[in-house]
Design a protein around this ligand. Structure first.
Ligand code: SAM
Ligand code: ZN
Length: 546
């Protein structure tokens, strides 16, 4: 099949015109179908494509639709009036074909700053309503040729504009020209760090930023704390099982620190640790008042290198005060600390310090509800091959505790104190009986988030095993022995003792609301992993261009 090629690049954005192609000879390409798009790949593979990232793209389509429904430019009357007014003015000022096309129903401008084949942009054009224009940008001429060829092949060339530029140059030029985007998608190789500042300045009020980082060896690994700090301004939970959540918190902090310079804040809508990368969806708005909360919303975490117990230290405090006129106001104060001694009170291990990183909730539950609704009501398995996985992972995220950073696995705790691994529901029933909440986490199977103090975690886990272990037989140098043999020193025997509200007399392992909720979730048979990963799947290297 031969098709005439369309290689026009809209010159307003960049004057580069790639070599004219008279026609597309389909036999020269491999065709890959994903979602609603069919993409022509050069048989030489000169442009990046990773099929395993379909989950990322399926999810992104769904999230952009949810964001548009809840917060997009037409989501409330005030903005609607403003846009109608602007549309009217634009029509009066300019009667070009392009503007004539910008009817009331197509209003979203999207930038895919690092586009490769154009697959993502083409899917957005096909699958998301109200698209006015998607600029699909890449640094490589071969990529931009691929974007334009594929836009033509998929009949969306009136919406998808290929653009050849360094992403930062494009965004800063846009800023200078006053062009902004409602949605900016940053899906780089490795870290997103170099693109954050420009993107935050090129986004509309309440705009959606979609950010991927695939450099998890840095962001969640054990070997590069110095690199993590240099790139993200903080260190991950090195050698700790919850390091993937610290990766998310570091990315949010990076975004918020950059946004604060422009009096903007970043509100996390959905932050996921997925396979070999993290993907965060955030809403960006100008709000000098909320910028003031950044200090208190940022924390460092002291985590014991032996037993993994941890304490979070917020870097500022917000205190409610009353002025002379009786009016309440917030006083922003420095933090008090440290919250821990020089050695871990449970096992005498050494503390390591992680962060600074974001301390607040990772998800907006209303947003997740809308994403799940769209996933269920509007999408079908034939187009959205990862629909079941979206449902599984987002259901877990929706049920995560908001106010309990990080998680632990009863497996790990039991191996430290050398007791039998208890069923999750028993641990949760125990913590629930003491008045604490628990949830699962999307980031790691069989792990728990809880707002219980670590005293309660160690105590409940030690009581889950009723085999009456003789601790004198344990190696006295192990963390487990030290924890169990010093229990009288750190465990409050009555409520209010040792500055704790823990009341151990209430402990039972009878099923309760907490454990029943957890069991219901676990029965959902949640799909956590990609359905058909390819051989040796993971982050793909850049294509070899030589
Ligand atoms: C991981 S791929 C993008 C994949 C694509 N978003 C998708 O869903 O298939 C990263 C792309 O960014 C491009 N790139 C790298 N640095 C860039 C820069 N500074 N400006 C623009 N594009 C860049 C690369 O050429 C590559 O095509
Ligand atoms: Zn310890």
């Amino acid at each position: 099949m031969i098709r005439a090629a369309f290689t026009k690049i809209k010159s307003k954005i960049n004057t580069y015109i790639p070599p004219q192609q008279a026609q597309i000879n389909v036999e020269d390409y491999n065709i890959v179908k994903e979602g609603s798009a069919e993409i022509l790949f050069s048989k030489k593979e000169t442009v990046f494509y990773n099929p395993v990232q379909q989950f990322n793209r399926d999810l992104s389509v769904t999230c952009i639709k949810a964001w548009d429904n809840l917060y997009g430019p037409r989501s409330n009357n005030k903005t609607q009036k403003k846009i109608q007014h602007m549309d009217k003015r634009r029509k009066l000022n300019n009667s070009s074909a392009k503007n004539a096309r910008s009817d009331n129903d197509s209003y979203l401008n999207i930038l895919e700053a690092l586009s490769a084949t154009g697959l993502r942009a083409i899917r957005y054009a096909n699958e998301i309503p109200h698209i006015k224009e998607i600029v699909a940008n890449d640094l490589l001429p071969a990529a931009v040729e691929s974007i334009n060829r594929n836009a033509q092949y998929n009949n969306v060339e009136d919406k998808v504009t290929g653009n050849l530029d360094d992403a930062n140059v494009l965004m800063y030029r846009n800023k200078a020209q006053g062009t902004k985007y409602h949605v900016i998608d940053l899906d780089p190789y490795g870290t997103v760090t170099p693109f954050v500042d420009a993107a935050l300045q090129s986004i509309e009020e309440d705009g959606l930023m979609l950010v991927t980082c695939t450099d998890l060896s840095v962001l969640a690994g054990n070997g590069y704390p110095e690199k993590c700090f240099a790139l993200y301004g903080g260190v991950n939970l090195v050698s700790h099982e919850a390091t993937h959540e610290s990766a998310l918190r570091l990315v949010i902090n990076l975004l918020n620190q950059s946004a604060a310079k422009y009096k903007k804040v970043v509100e996390p809508l959905l932050c996921l640790s997925i396979d070999f990368y993290v993907r965060v969806f955030v809403k960006v708005r100008t709000s000098p008042i909320e910028v003031k909360q950044l200090q208190s919303n940022t924390m460092v975490t002291y985590h014991c290198s032996q037993c993994g117990s941890l304490e979070n230290q917020h870097l500022g405090r917000m205190l409610e005060r009353e002025g002379k006129n009786g009016k309440k106001y917030i006083k922003y104060a420095v933090a008090q600390g440290p919250p821990v001694d020089t050695k871990c009170k449970f096992c005498q291990g050494t503390y390591h310090v992680a962060g600074p990183m974001y301390a607040g909730p990772l998800h907006n539950k209303k947003f997740i509800e809308e994403v799940l609704r769209i996933n269920n009501d509007e999408h079908i398995d034939e187009i959205y091959g990862t629909r079941k996985r979206i449902e599984g992972m987002l259901t877990l995220a929706q049920n995560e505790l908001d106010d309990a950073p990080f998680y632990f696995s009863p497996n790990k705790i039991s191996s430290i104190i050398k007791l039998q691994v208890p069923p999750l529901k028993k641990v949760v029933a125990g913590l629930g009986s003491l008045g604490y909440d628990c949830s699962l986490t999307h980031a790691k199977p069989s792990s728990l988030k809880t707002n219980a103090p670590w005293e309660a975690v160690w105590y409940v886990l030690s009581k889950c095993d009723d085999t009456n272990k003789d601790i004198s037989k344990m190696n006295p140098n192990t963390a487990g022995y030290k924890i169990l043999s010093t229990i009288d020193e750190w465990l409050p025997k009555t409520p209010n003792e040792k500055n704790s509200n823990l009341d151990i007399t209430k402990l039972t392992f009878e099923p309760n609301e907490q454990s029943e909720h957890l069991e219901k979730l676990r029965k959902l048979k949640i799909v956590r992993y990609q359905e058909n990963p390819t051989k040796n799947w993971g982050p793909k290297a850049r294509p070899n261009l030589s």
